[in-house]
Design a protein around this ligand. Structure first.
Ligand code: NAP
Length: 281
């Protein structure tokens, strides 16, 4: 029996249990995936409990993705670059190994032909939080030449710039103050990593004006990490302008698929995971 779960807080809206349970069923693996509500001050206690109660691994979400690092014996390259871990594997010695599968999920959700087209181009990222770090790492790996980060907290954006310039030769990073009228006329891709547009207090809003979106090149991509709703106002603006619009659901599926492979050593049943997620959104 494979014991899995997710730690963080709040977790009540997490779609990870349904997605992973459908995948385990498809693979014929008997297992569980528990929601383990864990505020930061309970992290140490929770990890001890997971190590001693037979868990094989777990996901980590807000606000623990950074705090978990001192408890791990190893981290993969992506987690090291991003400075955040979203997946942990517990080995036979009960040692913890950290991975970041968000970078993979973000990149692989972009259709291959479009990925190629981003080489040496300019990318724009809105926001500078945890997801933005994974996004800029993915974009740098795709060979973009310049990343502009629009953020309301300049310190967070500067930390992103430092990590990128330390790890990727030749990358240029420009920090700008968050505003809805960004100059996107030379941007081949814009990625929203803020919650603006998400179900709840920001639903129906867009981080960018239609004027900004309309100024983008005809073959540009608009990528919103939000998956609830799938079609945010930003993506509606993009579609109206005839641009490629990518929502956050595929990134969510693919980061989960990679985590499942880390835990089981098996190829994840991506289509089953995708259909389960879309049905539950
Ligand atoms: P986070 O660490 O809290 O970062 C959010 C960023 O958005 C911060 O830079 C924050 O600025 C900025 N922001 C928030 N409200 C804003 C506003 N009203 N105006 C301007 N900027 C604002 O959160 P996160 O973990 O990066 O997640 C961000 C979004 O990505 C969420 O919608 C989440 O659901 C989505 N996400 C999707 C996936 C996926 O698999 N599809 C994976 C991860 C995240 P401050 O720093 O100034 O607060």
């Amino acid at each position: 029996m494979l014991k899995l779960g997710i730690i963080g807080s709040p977790l009540s809206h997490s779609l990870s249990p349904v997605m992973h349970l459908s995948a385990l069923k498809e693979l014929g693996i008997s297992g569980s995936y528990e929601l383990l509500e864990t505020p930061p001050d309970c992290l140490l206690e929770r990890v001890k409990e997971l190590k001693t109660s037979g868990f094989t691994g777990f996901n980590i979400t807000i606000p623990l993705k950074v705090f978990i690092t001192p408890l791990l014996v190893s981290v993969d390259d992506a987690a090291n670059l991003v400075g955040a871990v979203n997946t942990v594997y517990i080995d036979e010695r009960r040692d913890l190994h950290g991975y970041n599968t968000d970078v993979y999920g973000f990149v692989e959700a972009i259709p291959s032909a479009l990925k190629q087209s981003l080489k040496n181009k300019k990318a724009t990222v809105i926001g500078a939080g945890g997801a933005a770090r994974a996004v800029v790492t993915g974009l740098a790996g795709l060979g973009v030449e310049l990343i502009e980060v629009y953020a309301r907290d300049e310190k967070k954006a500067l930390r992103i710039k430092d990590v990128l310039t330390d790890n990727f030769k030749n990358i240029k990073v420009k920090i700008l103050s968050f505003n809805e009228n960004c100059d996107l006329s030379q941007s081949s891709i814009v990625v929203n990593t803020t919650p603006i547009g998400m179900h709840g207090e920001f639903e129906g809003q867009s981080p960018l004006s239609s004027m900004s979106i309309d100024s983008m090149p005809n073959d540009a991509i608009v990528y919103d990490l939000i998956y609830r709703p799938r079609e945010t106002k930003l993506l509606k603006q993009a579609k109206k302008r005839g641009l490629v619009a990518i929502d956050g659901s595929e990134m969510l599926v693919l980061q989960g698929a990679k985590a499942l492979t880390i835990w089981t050593g098996k190829k994840a049943p991506i289509e089953v995971m995708r259909q389960t997620l879309l049905k539950n959104l």
